[in-house]
Write a protein that binds this ligand. Sequence first.
Ligand code: FMN
Length: 193
Amino acid sequence: MFVKKIFIAVTGASGTLYARRFFQHLPYDDWEVHVCVSASARVVASHEGGLNLPPHVKEWDEKDLTAPVASGSNKFEAMVVVPCSTATLGKLAHGIADNLITRAGEVFLKERRKLILVQRETPLSLIQIKNMELLTLAGAHLIPANPSFYGQPKTIEDLADTVIARVYDHAGIQAEVAKRWRAEEISKIPNEK
Ligand SMILES: Cc1cc2nc3c(=O)[nH]c(=O)nc-3n(C[C@H](O)[C@H](O)[C@H](O)COP(=O)(O)O)c2cc1C
């Protein structure tokens, strides 16, 4: 069976919970999962309950630019940066490919592949807004870590899942992780991107 490849980068923005929930719901039978966790993400995770990557992922060091995802010759379906720091976002916007995460992002943009950034910062400076504009123009999907409340989430995990649900839809990952708005009133055909 053809298994799609996805690259997940965890960077040093607050929101380790988003990364944990992302890994928790992934349908691993359908995806070969490559992961890179930045040094700053490890620091943040140590303050936010830890990351605990699942055993069936291939983890790459941030400094390892020999990883398969660093070359456009290897086909990956999607790259997700969750959570995405403004530092990594800024580097991606300006082509600063100085570690595996920023190099992979550069590759995804040049190959016109799906690059999804779950950025977390508030408030935003004009520089950050301009960087987000540049990345949007270059084809990246910006999905800020802004949860929604209309599904009446009961736990903090449910709340985080409202963001992960949007990320999964954009990445083409089939998993129902949060309630869709008035979903019972529309046809049951899955929302394919
Ligand atoms: C506890 C903690 C929380 C942080 N939260 C954020 C954040 O929400 N957003 C952000 O852009 N940076 C945040 N930072 C700063 C980044 O970790 C820092 O800019 C770092 O250089 C990002 O590196 P990376 O993009 O290589 O992971 C935080 C740092 C710490 C220690």
